[in-house]
Ligand binder design. Sequence first.
Ligand SMILES: *Cc1c(COP(=O)(O)O)cnc(C)c1O
Length: 359
Amino acid sequence: MEVREIEKLFENIPRFRVGFYPTPFHQLNNLSKKYGVNLFMKREDLSGPSTFGGNKIRKLEFIIGDALNKGIDYIVSTGGYQSNSAMELAQVCRIAGIEPILYLYDTISQGLPEEYRGNLLLDKIMGVEINYIPKEEGLSTSSEEFYHRIVDACETRTEQMKKEGYKVEHVPSGCAYGNGFLSHVFTFTEMLKQAEAYGKKLDYVFHTTGTGGTLPGLIAGKLLTGADTKIMSMAINPYRPGLVCSKEVVVERVQYIFNTLKVECPDYDTIYREIHIDEDFIGADYGVPSDVGTAAIKEVAREEAVFIDSVYTGKGFAGMLDYIKTGKVPKGSNIAFVHTGGTGALFAERRLVGEVTED
Ligand SMILES: *Cc1c(COP(=O)(O)O)cnc(C)c1O
Protein backbone atom coordinates (compact mmCIF):
# COMPACT_ATOMS: atom_id res chain seq x y z
CA MET A 1 0.00 0.00 0.00
CA GLU A 2 1.19 3.55 -0.78
CA VAL A 3 1.90 5.84 2.17
CA ARG A 4 -0.79 8.22 0.88
CA GLU A 5 -3.38 5.43 1.07
CA ILE A 6 -2.28 4.52 4.58
CA GLU A 7 -2.65 8.13 5.69
CA LYS A 8 -6.22 8.06 4.33
CA LEU A 9 -7.08 5.12 6.61
CA PHE A 10 -6.42 7.42 9.58
CA GLU A 11 -8.79 10.18 8.47
CA ASN A 12 -11.59 9.27 10.88
CA ILE A 13 -9.42 8.21 13.81
CA PRO A 14 -9.62 10.77 16.64
CA ARG A 15 -6.34 12.57 17.19
CA PHE A 16 -5.38 15.50 19.38
CA ARG A 17 -2.44 17.13 17.61
CA VAL A 18 0.34 18.44 19.81
CA GLY A 19 3.57 17.05 18.34
CA PHE A 20 5.83 18.35 15.57
CA TYR A 21 5.51 15.78 12.80
CA PRO A 22 7.21 14.49 10.75
CA THR A 23 10.06 14.35 13.25
CA PRO A 24 13.56 14.97 11.81
CA PHE A 25 15.67 12.24 10.25
CA HIS A 26 19.34 12.66 9.51
CA GLN A 27 22.50 10.72 8.82
CA LEU A 28 25.05 10.12 11.58
CA ASN A 29 28.06 10.73 9.35
CA ASN A 30 30.89 10.09 11.80
CA LEU A 31 29.45 6.83 13.11
CA SER A 32 28.55 5.74 9.56
CA LYS A 33 32.17 6.18 8.52
CA LYS A 34 33.52 4.55 11.69
CA TYR A 35 31.43 1.38 11.24
CA GLY A 36 31.11 1.14 7.45
CA VAL A 37 27.31 1.44 7.36
CA ASN A 38 24.81 4.16 6.45
CA LEU A 39 23.44 5.03 9.85
CA PHE A 40 20.50 7.40 10.24
CA MET A 41 18.62 8.64 13.25
CA LYS A 42 14.88 9.20 13.53
CA ARG A 43 14.35 11.95 16.06
CA GLU A 44 11.27 11.00 18.06
CA ASP A 45 13.03 12.74 20.93
CA LEU A 46 12.31 15.99 19.05
CA SER A 47 8.57 15.27 18.85
CA GLY A 48 7.71 18.36 20.91
CA PRO A 49 5.73 19.98 22.39
CA SER A 50 8.58 20.73 24.81
CA THR A 51 12.34 20.23 24.51
CA PHE A 52 11.76 16.93 26.29
CA GLY A 53 9.75 14.97 23.76
CA GLY A 54 9.75 11.26 23.03
CA ASN A 55 7.90 8.35 21.51
CA LYS A 56 4.94 8.65 23.90
CA ILE A 57 3.78 11.94 22.38
CA ARG A 58 2.68 10.20 19.18
CA LYS A 59 0.75 7.57 21.13
CA LEU A 60 -0.81 10.24 23.32
CA GLU A 61 -2.18 12.19 20.34
CA PHE A 62 -4.47 9.22 19.74
CA ILE A 63 -5.06 8.26 23.39
CA ILE A 64 -5.99 11.80 24.36
CA GLY A 65 -8.00 12.23 21.13
CA ASP A 66 -10.19 9.36 22.32
CA ALA A 67 -10.27 10.57 25.92
CA LEU A 68 -11.52 14.00 24.84
CA ASN A 69 -14.29 12.37 22.79
CA LYS A 70 -15.31 10.38 25.86
CA GLY A 71 -15.31 13.49 28.05
CA ILE A 72 -12.57 12.19 30.34
CA ASP A 73 -11.57 14.62 33.14
CA TYR A 74 -8.73 12.67 34.80
CA ILE A 75 -6.09 10.23 33.60
CA VAL A 76 -4.29 7.96 36.05
CA SER A 77 -0.94 6.62 34.84
CA THR A 78 2.32 5.20 36.05
CA GLY A 79 6.04 4.78 35.48
CA GLY A 80 9.35 5.00 37.34
CA TYR A 81 10.20 8.16 39.32
CA GLN A 82 12.01 9.34 36.19
CA SER A 83 9.34 8.07 33.79
CA ASN A 84 9.47 9.66 30.35
CA SER A 85 6.04 8.26 29.61
CA ALA A 86 4.41 9.81 32.69
CA MET A 87 6.06 13.17 32.00
CA GLU A 88 4.98 13.14 28.35
CA LEU A 89 1.46 12.16 29.40
CA ALA A 90 1.41 15.07 31.82
CA GLN A 91 2.44 17.42 28.99
CA VAL A 92 -0.33 16.33 26.62
CA CYS A 93 -2.91 16.27 29.44
CA ARG A 94 -2.01 19.82 30.40
CA ILE A 95 -2.58 21.01 26.82
CA ALA A 96 -5.84 19.06 26.55
CA GLY A 97 -7.18 20.32 29.90
CA ILE A 98 -7.30 16.82 31.40
CA GLU A 99 -5.93 16.38 34.93
CA PRO A 100 -3.08 13.83 35.13
CA ILE A 101 -2.58 11.72 38.29
CA LEU A 102 0.71 9.84 38.45
CA TYR A 103 1.72 6.75 40.46
CA LEU A 104 5.50 6.69 40.18
CA TYR A 105 7.55 3.75 41.37
CA ASP A 106 11.02 3.26 42.66
CA THR A 107 13.33 1.44 40.24
CA ILE A 108 16.52 1.23 42.29
CA SER A 109 15.43 1.00 45.94
CA GLN A 110 16.26 4.59 46.69
CA GLY A 111 13.22 5.12 48.92
CA LEU A 112 11.50 8.44 48.36
CA PRO A 113 13.32 10.85 46.03
CA GLU A 114 15.47 13.26 48.01
CA GLU A 115 15.07 16.06 45.51
CA TYR A 116 13.26 16.74 42.29
CA ARG A 117 15.44 16.20 39.26
CA GLY A 118 15.04 15.23 35.60
CA ASN A 119 11.53 14.21 34.58
CA LEU A 120 10.29 14.30 38.18
CA LEU A 121 11.28 17.97 38.30
CA LEU A 122 9.35 18.59 35.07
CA ASP A 123 6.29 16.81 36.54
CA LYS A 124 6.52 19.04 39.59
CA ILE A 125 6.90 22.21 37.48
CA MET A 126 3.72 21.19 35.65
CA GLY A 127 2.02 20.89 39.06
CA VAL A 128 1.04 17.24 38.68
CA GLU A 129 -0.27 15.10 41.56
CA ILE A 130 2.34 12.44 42.26
CA ASN A 131 1.94 9.32 44.42
CA TYR A 132 5.08 7.32 45.18
CA ILE A 133 5.30 3.51 45.20
CA PRO A 134 8.45 2.39 47.03
CA LYS A 135 9.98 -1.07 46.62
CA GLU A 136 11.97 -3.33 48.85
CA GLU A 137 15.60 -4.15 48.18
CA GLY A 138 15.85 -7.28 46.04
CA LEU A 139 12.41 -7.02 44.45
CA SER A 140 12.88 -6.56 40.70
CA THR A 141 10.76 -3.99 38.89
CA SER A 142 10.55 -6.64 36.15
CA SER A 143 8.87 -9.14 38.49
CA GLU A 144 5.23 -10.05 38.16
CA GLU A 145 4.67 -9.21 41.84
CA PHE A 146 5.93 -5.64 41.48
CA TYR A 147 4.14 -5.12 38.16
CA HIS A 148 0.80 -6.11 39.69
CA ARG A 149 1.36 -3.90 42.72
CA ILE A 150 1.63 -0.91 40.40
CA VAL A 151 -1.33 -1.84 38.21
CA ASP A 152 -3.46 -2.41 41.33
CA ALA A 153 -2.61 1.02 42.73
CA CYS A 154 -3.74 2.69 39.50
CA GLU A 155 -6.86 0.54 39.16
CA THR A 156 -7.92 1.13 42.75
CA ARG A 157 -7.64 4.90 42.37
CA THR A 158 -9.45 4.86 39.03
CA GLU A 159 -12.35 2.80 40.45
CA GLN A 160 -12.57 4.96 43.55
CA MET A 161 -12.78 8.17 41.50
CA LYS A 162 -15.35 6.63 39.16
CA LYS A 163 -17.52 5.82 42.19
CA GLU A 164 -17.22 9.45 43.20
CA GLY A 165 -18.66 10.39 39.80
CA TYR A 166 -15.54 11.53 37.95
CA LYS A 167 -14.79 10.52 34.38
CA VAL A 168 -11.47 8.77 34.80
CA GLU A 169 -9.30 6.59 32.61
CA HIS A 170 -6.32 4.45 33.54
CA VAL A 171 -3.59 4.65 30.89
CA PRO A 172 -1.08 1.87 31.59
CA SER A 173 2.68 2.37 31.82
CA GLY A 174 4.40 3.43 28.63
CA CYS A 175 1.08 4.67 27.22
CA ALA A 176 0.82 1.21 25.63
CA TYR A 177 -2.91 1.59 25.20
CA GLY A 178 -5.84 1.83 22.81
CA ASN A 179 -5.33 3.69 19.58
CA GLY A 180 -1.89 4.75 20.77
CA PHE A 181 -0.70 1.54 19.09
CA LEU A 182 -1.67 2.95 15.70
CA SER A 183 0.54 5.99 15.99
CA HIS A 184 3.97 4.52 15.23
CA VAL A 185 2.79 3.36 11.82
CA PHE A 186 3.67 6.96 10.97
CA THR A 187 7.15 6.71 12.46
CA PHE A 188 7.76 3.95 9.94
CA THR A 189 6.14 5.63 6.93
CA GLU A 190 7.88 8.94 7.69
CA MET A 191 11.23 7.13 7.79
CA LEU A 192 10.55 5.41 4.46
CA LYS A 193 10.00 8.77 2.79
CA GLN A 194 12.88 10.43 4.61
CA ALA A 195 15.32 7.66 3.66
CA GLU A 196 14.08 7.88 0.10
CA ALA A 197 15.12 11.55 0.06
CA TYR A 198 18.66 10.28 0.76
CA GLY A 199 18.26 7.81 -2.11
CA LYS A 200 18.22 4.92 0.38
CA LYS A 201 15.96 1.99 1.24
CA LEU A 202 16.21 1.03 4.89
CA ASP A 203 17.49 -2.49 5.51
CA TYR A 204 17.12 -2.24 9.29
CA VAL A 205 15.27 -0.16 11.83
CA PHE A 206 16.65 -0.48 15.37
CA HIS A 207 14.79 0.82 18.40
CA THR A 208 14.51 0.21 22.12
CA THR A 209 11.42 -1.71 23.18
CA GLY A 210 9.87 -1.45 26.65
CA THR A 211 6.12 -1.71 27.12
CA GLY A 212 5.74 -2.77 23.50
CA GLY A 213 3.68 0.22 22.46
CA THR A 214 5.93 1.36 19.64
CA LEU A 215 6.91 -1.94 18.04
CA PRO A 216 3.41 -2.95 16.81
CA GLY A 217 3.10 0.29 14.84
CA LEU A 218 6.52 -0.20 13.27
CA ILE A 219 5.63 -3.77 12.26
CA ALA A 220 2.22 -2.73 10.96
CA GLY A 221 3.92 0.07 8.99
CA LYS A 222 6.26 -2.43 7.45
CA LEU A 223 3.49 -4.90 6.58
CA LEU A 224 1.16 -2.20 5.22
CA THR A 225 3.83 -0.71 2.96
CA GLY A 226 5.39 -4.06 2.06
CA ALA A 227 8.82 -2.56 2.72
CA ASP A 228 11.80 -4.88 2.89
CA THR A 229 13.00 -3.59 6.27
CA LYS A 230 13.84 -5.66 9.35
CA ILE A 231 12.59 -4.21 12.63
CA MET A 232 15.16 -4.96 15.35
CA SER A 233 13.99 -4.38 18.91
CA MET A 234 16.44 -4.13 21.79
CA ALA A 235 14.51 -4.89 24.98
CA ILE A 236 15.05 -3.14 28.31
CA ASN A 237 12.73 -5.54 30.16
CA PRO A 238 12.02 -9.23 29.64
CA TYR A 239 9.22 -10.22 27.26
CA ARG A 240 7.13 -12.99 28.81
CA PRO A 241 3.41 -13.70 29.14
CA GLY A 242 2.23 -12.16 32.41
CA LEU A 243 4.87 -9.42 32.39
CA VAL A 244 4.61 -5.93 30.94
CA CYS A 245 4.65 -7.29 27.37
CA SER A 246 5.28 -10.49 25.39
CA LYS A 247 5.66 -11.45 21.73
CA GLU A 248 2.12 -12.81 21.77
CA VAL A 249 0.84 -9.46 22.98
CA VAL A 250 2.81 -7.67 20.24
CA VAL A 251 1.02 -9.83 17.64
CA GLU A 252 -2.37 -9.00 19.19
CA ARG A 253 -1.54 -5.32 19.04
CA VAL A 254 -0.56 -5.54 15.37
CA GLN A 255 -3.88 -7.30 14.73
CA TYR A 256 -5.62 -4.50 16.63
CA ILE A 257 -4.02 -1.93 14.32
CA PHE A 258 -5.14 -3.73 11.16
CA ASN A 259 -8.66 -4.25 12.51
CA THR A 260 -9.02 -0.63 13.61
CA LEU A 261 -7.82 0.60 10.21
CA LYS A 262 -10.24 -1.91 8.60
CA VAL A 263 -7.53 -3.56 6.54
CA GLU A 264 -7.35 -7.32 6.14
CA CYS A 265 -4.86 -8.61 8.68
CA PRO A 266 -1.91 -10.85 7.79
CA ASP A 267 -2.01 -14.24 9.55
CA TYR A 268 -0.51 -14.83 13.00
CA ASP A 269 2.74 -16.40 11.81
CA THR A 270 3.42 -13.66 9.26
CA ILE A 271 3.20 -11.08 12.03
CA TYR A 272 5.14 -13.20 14.52
CA ARG A 273 8.02 -13.61 12.07
CA GLU A 274 8.51 -9.82 11.99
CA ILE A 275 9.28 -9.70 15.73
CA HIS A 276 13.00 -9.66 16.58
CA ILE A 277 13.32 -8.92 20.27
CA ASP A 278 16.79 -9.18 21.81
CA GLU A 279 16.99 -9.32 25.62
CA ASP A 280 20.79 -9.44 25.80
CA PHE A 281 21.16 -5.72 26.49
CA ILE A 282 18.83 -5.35 29.47
CA GLY A 283 21.79 -5.34 31.87
CA ALA A 284 21.17 -5.89 35.60
CA ASP A 285 17.56 -4.69 35.49
CA TYR A 286 15.20 -2.10 34.10
CA GLY A 287 16.42 1.38 35.01
CA VAL A 288 19.85 0.22 36.11
CA PRO A 289 22.59 1.66 33.86
CA SER A 290 24.69 -0.90 31.94
CA ASP A 291 28.36 -0.45 31.03
CA VAL A 292 27.74 -0.83 27.29
CA GLY A 293 24.80 1.57 27.51
CA THR A 294 26.91 4.16 29.30
CA ALA A 295 29.67 3.72 26.69
CA ALA A 296 27.10 4.24 23.92
CA ILE A 297 25.84 7.46 25.53
CA LYS A 298 29.39 8.84 25.48
CA GLU A 299 30.20 7.60 21.99
CA VAL A 300 27.07 9.10 20.41
CA ALA A 301 27.62 12.41 22.22
CA ARG A 302 31.31 12.56 21.30
CA GLU A 303 30.87 11.54 17.64
CA GLU A 304 27.53 13.11 16.80
CA ALA A 305 26.62 15.55 19.60
CA VAL A 306 23.35 13.69 20.13
CA PHE A 307 22.31 12.78 23.67
CA ILE A 308 20.78 9.40 24.37
CA ASP A 309 19.81 8.05 27.80
CA SER A 310 20.74 5.29 30.22
CA VAL A 311 17.35 3.59 30.66
CA TYR A 312 16.34 3.10 27.02
CA THR A 313 18.19 4.54 24.04
CA GLY A 314 21.70 3.93 25.45
CA LYS A 315 20.97 0.22 25.86
CA GLY A 316 19.23 0.06 22.48
CA PHE A 317 22.06 1.84 20.71
CA ALA A 318 24.61 -0.42 22.40
CA GLY A 319 22.66 -3.41 21.10
CA MET A 320 22.67 -2.03 17.58
CA LEU A 321 26.42 -1.35 17.70
CA ASP A 322 26.96 -4.93 18.78
CA TYR A 323 24.98 -6.19 15.76
CA ILE A 324 27.10 -4.01 13.48
CA LYS A 325 30.44 -4.90 15.09
CA THR A 326 29.76 -8.64 15.10
CA GLY A 327 28.58 -8.63 11.47
CA LYS A 328 25.01 -9.70 12.35
CA VAL A 329 24.20 -6.59 10.34
CA PRO A 330 26.37 -6.58 7.20
CA LYS A 331 28.69 -3.70 6.29
CA GLY A 332 27.13 -1.23 3.87
CA SER A 333 23.62 -1.69 5.35
CA ASN A 334 21.20 1.22 5.54
CA ILE A 335 20.14 1.45 9.16
CA ALA A 336 17.88 3.82 11.07
CA PHE A 337 17.99 4.08 14.85
CA VAL A 338 14.81 5.47 16.36
CA HIS A 339 15.78 7.93 19.09
CA THR A 340 12.74 7.45 21.29
CA GLY A 341 13.66 10.21 23.78
CA GLY A 342 14.63 10.07 27.43
CA THR A 343 16.79 13.16 27.49
CA GLY A 344 15.04 14.45 30.59
CA ALA A 345 16.20 11.45 32.61
CA LEU A 346 19.85 12.36 31.84
CA PHE A 347 19.54 15.01 34.50
CA ALA A 348 18.49 12.56 37.20
CA GLU A 349 20.78 11.23 39.90
CA ARG A 350 24.15 9.84 38.98
CA ARG A 351 23.28 6.23 39.89
CA LEU A 352 20.40 6.39 37.41
CA VAL A 353 22.39 8.12 34.72
CA GLY A 354 25.54 5.95 34.94
CA GLU A 355 29.18 7.00 34.92
CA VAL A 356 28.79 9.23 31.89
CA THR A 357 31.32 11.81 33.03
CA GLU A 358 34.14 9.36 33.84
CA ASP A 359 37.12 9.68 31.42
C1 LIG B 1 8.97 4.34 26.57
C2 LIG B 1 10.27 4.47 25.94
C3 LIG B 1 10.76 3.46 25.09
C4 LIG B 1 10.03 2.16 24.85
O1 LIG B 1 8.91 2.29 24.06
P1 LIG B 1 7.68 1.31 24.25
O2 LIG B 1 6.65 1.85 23.36
O3 LIG B 1 7.30 1.38 25.70
O4 LIG B 1 8.13 -0.06 23.89
C5 LIG B 1 11.98 3.65 24.49
N1 LIG B 1 12.70 4.78 24.72
C6 LIG B 1 12.27 5.76 25.53
C7 LIG B 1 13.14 6.93 25.76
C8 LIG B 1 11.05 5.64 26.17
O5 LIG B 1 10.63 6.62 26.99
